[in-house]
Design a protein around this ligand. Structure first.
Ligand code: NAD
Ligand code: DAU
Length: 362
């Protein structure tokens, strides 16, 4: 069987984390990338506009559930690794419409694993040894922590609470099973909340930046005391590259920012940064836009990651402090008005209406 190339196949590389990963990979690592992405509402080919004319990058618009397409890409490009980001990723959408999450996150991951197994089995010994399937997952598979509970470690029991988390947990289990049963050389990473450039403005941080800028209400679910552990996307991408290069096959690695913050504190910090960078005397301090709204059903109280395994084994730690990363991120959104307009389509506006109309008190 013909040898693998130095190419990697990335799925979901036009989404938030995937596009940051592809940009970082081609900036630092060099080898070519084939990006399989369906370009759903969350995928935007424009995130990778900087790569126009770069012969190392190729976008293939298609579905990870399409076995023939995946088989053809593996046959034609002979990647040495698959880095799997593609997913439905927004918890609120999974509550409103879980079917798409089961399809892409469970069926799609299964399809990729099955095709990867067929491809990998036929490789010669050296290539089979070097091949990797890196599955990008989330800390939400572990469920919710109480205020004093120890942070999630790799041995924390799975207890997913939303349809999104359950679909990611199912995908993690399939990845594990393909290693245990067939020997497929997999690595799974479970990361905490990311923020940074190109995040779709349905998620907390970009939504709040844009609403603050435009003087709209800032819809905080419940009382705002839920805690997330924030990590800048560049740090997450660096951790994935290290796990791909040096991670032990069959292992899982937790990735986190060691930056637990209450939602209300994050939103207040965004208000202050927008006030500083885009003062608006007529509007006054943006904190007054904070509006407590109906809670997310089954809302997990707290996530926190114990990242000591990846720190000790692979020598990874985050480079960016949350406050510095947040400042850079607010500045990025303020400077990228045309990107924002390009993603705020009619379908986006419909979603915002659907998700917030009932919650916001009149
Ligand atoms: P995203 O929603 O921004 O992007 C998902 C991408 O997948 C989009 O480009 C979309 O077009 C593509 N896609 C969706 N369905 C597809 C299909 N059937 N076939 C091919 N492509 C498809 O998501 P994200 O925030 O960048 O998350 C990427 C991955 O990282 C996900 O697996 C997510 O579970 C995981 N993760 C996200 C975070 C976070 O904070 N955002 C944290 C930890 C883990
Ligand atoms: O922990 C990792 C996960 O982080 C990823 O696996 C998911 O893909 C990603 O979307 C994210 O999930 P969260 O549900 O934590 O992120 P989100 O930005 O949707 O919400 C963050 C917190 O803010 C959460 O407690 C809910 C709250 N929130 C969110 C929105 C959109 C609000 O209070 N108001 C809002 O309008």
């Amino acid at each position: 069987m013909k040898a693998t190339s130095s190419n990697i196949l990335v799925t979901g590389g036009a989404g938030f984390i995937g596009s940051n990963f592809v940009l970082q990979w081609l900036r630092d690592a060099g080898a070519s990338v084939v990006n399989l992405d369906l370009l759903t509402y969350a995928g935007n080919a424009g995130n990778l506009a900087a790569l126009e004319g770069d012969s190392r990058y190729r976008l293939v618009r298609g579905d990870i559930c399409d076995a023939d397409l995946v088989a053809g890409l593996l046959r034609d490009h002979r990647p040495r690794a698959i880095v799997h980001f593609a997913a439905e990723s927004h918890v609120d959408r999974s509550i409103a419409d879980p079917g798409a999450f089961i399809r892409t996150n469970v069926q799609g991951t299964f399809t990729l694993l099955e095709q990867a197994k067929l491809f990998w089995t036929a490789l010669d010994d050296a290539d089979r040894h070097a091949f990797r399937f890196l599955h990008v997952s989330t800390d939400e598979v572990y469920g919710s922590l109480g205020p004093g509970d120890p942070a999630f470690s790799e041995s924390t029991a799975y207890a997913p609470n939303s349809p999104y988390a359950a679909s990611k947990a199912a995908s993690d289990h399939l990845v594990r099973a393909y290693h245990h049963t067939y020997g497929l050389p997999v690595i799974t990473t479970n990361c905490s909340n990311n923020y940074g450039p190109f995040q779709f403005p349905e998620k907390l941080i970009p939504l709040m930046i844009l609403n603050a800028l435009e003087g709209k209400p800032l819809p905080v679910y419940g009382n705002g005391s839920n805690v997330r552990d924030w990590l800048h996307v560049e740090d997450h991408c660096a951790a994935i590259r290290i796990a791909l290069a040096r991670g032990r096959v069959g292992e899982t690695y937790n990735i986190g920012g060691n930056s637990e913050r209450k939602n209300l504190d994050v939103v207040a910090a965004i208000c202050d940064l927008v006030d500083e960078l885009r003062p608006d005397a007529q509007l006054g301090p943006r904190r007054k836009l904070i509006t407590f709204v109906g809670d997310r059903p089954g809302h997990d109280l707290r996530y926190a990651i114990n990242a000591s395994k990846i720190a000790q084994e692979l020598r990874w730690k985050p480079a960016l402090q949350f406050e510095d990363g947040l400042r850079k991120t607010v500045a990025w959104y303020l400077e990228h008005g045309s990107w924002i307009e390009s993603v705020r389509t009619g379908a986006y506006r419909d979603w915002i209406k659907q998700n917030y109309e009932e919650r916001i008190p009149r």
